[in-house]
Design a protein around this ligand. Structure first.
Ligand SMILES: NC[C@H]1CCC[C@@H](CNc2ccc(C(N)=O)cn2)C1
Length: 247
């Protein structure tokens, strides 16, 4: 998968994509991340990338000409057509379902706004999809771009190996993750690891983890649970969790 990012801060994007699972995925050729700076597409001595907003008032808007030229360069950089995504609080909330769909595309182009954003005509002409990573305002779209790069990058086949594959499951099935434990078995405060995890009974461990994931989702994110149709086995596990919890 190829991801091009239009940003005034390419170094941020390169740094975010260079570490961990995504950095390794890049080394393995599973994903290619390229950052493009619209400032390189300016022609004035001051390399201006922002301009005053029509109608007056505070705040600047990103200059359209450098953005248009930068996007044109991005589109022609490789023959594959790209889905062009604009990161903005006005976008559709990003979900794991949408991440899984985006991860299947051959190419993404992520447009990172700064200042008050970009001209609405540019959005109409160039942007295929507006995505928000949450209901808050950031100083730029770069953190949203980094979120998308990470979320789709880790889903590329071969990106996660056994050590990380557990992380692949959490939220994949719409549930929150179960609790995790490592040494010591009993800590300095005398708190012990749940015995089932030390039992070696893999079926019981799987049931325990599923029950904890269902229970946590019920307690912390009932909205997620409401969207799911549970199997008979899952309903039994959740009832069991609730009985214990409410006892
Ligand atoms: N109206 C301000 C707004 C104009 C367009 C550019 C954004 C950049 N900042 C962002 C971008 C995305 C998000 C998010 N939640 O995904 C938050 N903040 C700022």
């Amino acid at each position: 998968m190829r991801i091009d990012v239009l940003t005034l801060f390419p170094e941020f994007i390169h740094a975010a994509a260079a570490v961990g699972v995504v950095g390794r995925a890049q080394q393995r050729g599973l994903i290619e991340v390229a950052a493009w700076n619209p400032r390189d597409f300016t022609h004035d001595n001051y390399r201006r990338v922002d301009e005053r907003t029509f109608g007056g008032g505070p705040g600047m808007v990103m200059s359209t000409r450098p953005l248009t030229d930068c996007l044109a360069a991005i589109r022609t950089a490789v023959p594959e057509p790209a889905r062009v995504i604009y990161l903005t609080p006005q976008g559709a909330r990003l979900t794991q379902r949408r991440v899984r769909e985006l991860a299947l595309l051959p190419r993404l182009a992520l447009v990172c706004g700064r200042y008050e954003g970009i001209d609405e005509r540019l959005i109409a002409r160039e942007i295929d999809e507006e995505i928000s990573i949450g209901d808050y305002v950031l100083s730029g779209g770069e953190l949203g771009a980094a979120v998308i790069i990470d979320a789709v990058g880790r889903l590329q086949p071969g990106a996660l190996n056994d050590a990380d594959s557990a992380a692949h499951d959490s939220f994949e099935d719409g549930l929150l993750d179960c609790p995790h434990y490592t040494r010591p078995e009993v800590d300095a405060q005398g708190d012990a690891v749940p015995a089932v995890l030390l039992s070696g009974d893999h079926a019981a461990i799987a049931r325990w983890r599923r029950r904890e994931a269902l229970g946590r989702t019920w307690l912390r994110r009932p909205d997620l649970l409401a969207r799911m149709t549970l199997s008979r086995a899952d309903r039994a596990l959740l009832d069991d969790f609730r009985r214990t919890w409410l006892a």
